[in-house]
Design a protein around this ligand. Structure first.
Ligand code: FEO
Length: 396
């Protein structure tokens, strides 16, 4: 499948309908994804990024139906993570006359992965490569999200090939934002941001400001995953700017895990108390062991208040809750409040451990947490409702 974007600019990637996990098993991708590659035809023909190595053969066959690969002058590697560069070795076998364009850091990561002596041309922000009637302009995106990341801008056609930025893990045959379900698309874009880009938010905010100062006309943003943004381009750029700056919605997220339902009952009672005080807030409760971690991380990313609950077990907490709080520890989240809860039998250290994890992740703890001995009775559950009401008052 190929898609015309503009005259002489085509999408030539691969939609991965089957993908359900990404970064190994770390991220969930319930709607699949795509690996976007692009062909630009001019006096010098250019391929922007490739696809996952699993699809290398069909990718090459598709390209060969489009163009004689000996006529490719440049292969731009915006980012060498193998989901985009996996097909590079096979592609370079066929592109005998091509030079790889990448950042200096890209040269290291490409060599680190493929150990080949391909012809490479390093570029930095502002460098221009003339390809005929149009130019490629490069913008480094170091640490958004690898040292090698960059974007490539195509003049005249005003297309920004943004690589991972503005992407979504969203398999969608229509491939353009104007033809997609808006709510699904923005949810997938947020999920992608929260799980992949959020740890680099400070750099994202600065980079967006830098790009805006360039005043480049942009008709299309073509990321390396998911659909291409072809209308109302400023919306996704403004959303990224918002998400990059301590993003908070009127939302409360409660995560818990439970062995014999005591901590679950606490979670539900606390939620009732919160809902009493904040009826207009979105309130979600997730059993961390039964919910996709990527969804939970997305909800936490957008929440003003996050609660974590676990019974004390083996002088610790249940691993599903610990895993979520461990994952977000490096995200640099700001402006969020938190509290812990959990049942215990004889040694209530669970909430202390959860509190430590919250503090390590940059959350402001509202209190020392709520604990319940063995199985909470009606009186204790009433206390939990009151506990929830007090927490809610704190973020009103
Ligand atoms: Fe989609 Fe960072 O690779």
């Amino acid at each position: 499948m190929t898609i015309d974007i503009k005259k002489n600019v085509q999408w030539c990637g691969k939609i991965d309908w089957e993908l359900r996990n990404f970064h190994g098993e770390e991220l969930s991708t319930p709607r699949g994804s795509s690996y976007n590659s692009y062909l630009i035809r001019d006096e010098k023909n250019v391929i922007i990024d490739t696809v996952h190595g699993a699809f290398a053969d069909e990718y090459i066959e598709q390209l060969q139906r489009m163009i004689d690969l000996n006529e490719i002058s440049y292969v731009v590697v915006n980012h060498a993570e193998p989901d985009h560069s996996g097909a590079l070795p096979k592609l370079m076998e066929h592109c005998k006359n091509a030079t790889i364009i990448c950042t200096n850091a890209g040269m290291k990561s490409i060599k680190g992965y493929y150990h080949k002596d391909w012809k490479m041309m390093p570029v930095k922000t502002g460098d221009i490569v003339k390809i005929g009637t149009r130019n490629l302009v490069f913008v480094e995106m170091a640490m958004i999200h690898w040292p090698d990341s960059m974007m490539t801008y195509l003049t005249n056609d005003n297309i920004l090939f943004s690589n991972d930025a503005f992407g979504q893990h969203y398999a969608n045959a229509k491939m353009f934002s104007s033809k997609s379900d808006k709510a699904v698309l923005l949810d997938e874009a947020l999920q992608y941001y929260a799980n992949i880009v959020a740890p680099y938010s400070q750099k994202v905010a600065k980079k967006i400001a830098e790009i805006l100062t360039l005043s480049l006309p942009i008709d299309y943003i073509c990321p390396s995953h998911g659909v291409m943004w072809d209308e109302n381009i400023t919306e996704i750029v403004e959303l990224y700017d918002k998400w990059a700056k301590s993003y908070l919605e009127d939302k409360v997220t409660i995560i818990y895990d439970s062995m014999y339902q005591s901590t679950r009952k606490m979670a539900e009672a606390i939620a009732e108390g919160i809902a009493d005080i904040l009826p207009d807030f979105e309130l979600n409760i997730y059993n961390a062991a039964k919910t996709e971690k990527s969804r939970i991380v997305t909800e936490i990313f957008a929440s003003k208040l996050v609660l974590a609950g676990s019974p004390t077990v083996h002088n610790g907490v249940l691993s599903s809750v610990a895993a979520v709080l461990g994952e977000i520890a490096g995200f640099g989240l700001k402006g969020k409040k938190a509290a812990s809860f959990g049942s215990y039998g004889w040694n209530p250290v669970g909430i202390k451990i959860l509190n430590e994890k919250f503090e390590k992740a940059g959350f402001e703890l509202i209190n020392e947490g709520a604990k319940a001995l063995w199985n909470p009775d009606d009186d204790v559950l009433a206390e939990m409702r009151e506990y929830g009401r007090n927490l809610a008052e704190n973020i009103k």
